[in-house]
Write a new protein. Structure first.
Length: 289
């Protein structure tokens, strides 16, 4: 079972051993969400299903469990979508994108939240797969399984990852019981620019670690040893178990969470509403600089 990262070689081995496996392409463009379908149709790992950030991994109606730009759907809704693909509890899930692990961490986290441990991020993404000569496909998505195949194929289990709401977070801001790590770029964190949300700045007391800092120049996660060194420097003595991760809308912060787990620093929590929910909630304090 792979639970954090999986290498290209390991994925190929699973494919050839006819292991119970499903691969998900989570490629996206935050500024141009419509590009996700074009990217998937142009090139993907052979046999991969699309996990669209807006259609599958977010909820934009009253069913959403939190606020912000990419609210979480109810667990039951995600399970129902997975059933339409024929996903089952005995399967290894592999998630990837072509965006430096910016988006696939969302599905990695969501599957853990549904109680599914066997999910891993393809280290190096689509680029590493293609460079290795891995089989690619293009064109329309695979046909969905027939109704007979999707009957109760995936059942929810107790959540393996936790998230916090704005109401839970707000009273802890400024206390040692909370260490917020903001994964947005430094200029957005400081409040110098804000391309997506109505207010610029950050949650008071949040530390800044852009999610891109977890990835090497050639697109792979840094070594566990280096990640641990960098996070220990960032935390400066704070308890890793107090960490809650956030970004703009709870998506690109996930590489920070994955990196902490790779570094052996334990399981931490997610604030899925992130800055987009915080800055739209009346009465929330904003910091700059």
């Amino acid at each position: 079972m792979y639970t954090t990262l999986i290498s290209v070689a390991q994925l190929k081995e699973l494919q050839t051993s006819h292991h119970a496996l499903m691969v998900f392409d989570c490629s996206c463009d935050l500024m141009k969400p419509e590009m996700a379908d074009a990217m998937f149709a142009e090139k993907r790992i052979q046999g991969a299903h699309q996990a669209h950030l807006d259609r599958h991994l977010s909820s934009h109606d009253a069913s959403a469990v939190n606020g912000g730009r990419h609210p979480l759907p109810p667990r039951e809704a995600v399970a129902a979508w997975l059933q339409t693909l024929g996903f089952a509890n005995n399967m290894q899930a592999v998630v990837y994108d072509r965006n430096g692990a910016n988006y696939c961490g969302r599905l990695w986290w969501m599957l853990k939240w549904l109680g599914h441990e066997a999910v891993a991020i393809l280290d190096g993404g689509l680029q590493a797969w293609e460079a290795s000569g891995g089989a690619l496909a293009s064109g329309k998505a695979l046909a969905a399984p027939s109704a007979g195949q999707i009957n109760n194929s995936f059942q929810l289990k107790p959540a393996l990852r936790e998230w916090v709401s704005t109401a839970q977070l707000a009273p802890q801001v400024g206390h040692t019981s909370l260490t917020l790590i903001d994964a947005r770029g430094a200029a957005r964190y400081r409040g110098e620019v804000e391309p997506l949300d109505p207010v610029a700045g950050h949650i008071p007391g949040a530390l800044n670690r852009p999610f891109t800092e977890n990835i090497t120049a050639d697109g792979f996660f840094k070594s566990p040893e280096l990640l641990r060194e960098e996070f220990e420097k960032l935390l400066a003595g704070r308890d890793p178990q107090t960490v809650v991760h956030q970004c703009g809308s709870g998506v690109s912060t996930l590489p920070n969470m994955v990196a902490m787990e790779l570094a052996g620093m334990g399981i931490t929590k997610l604030y899925p509403g992130s800055w987009s929910e915080w800055c739209n909630t009346p009465g929330m304090v904003v910091a700059k600089g």
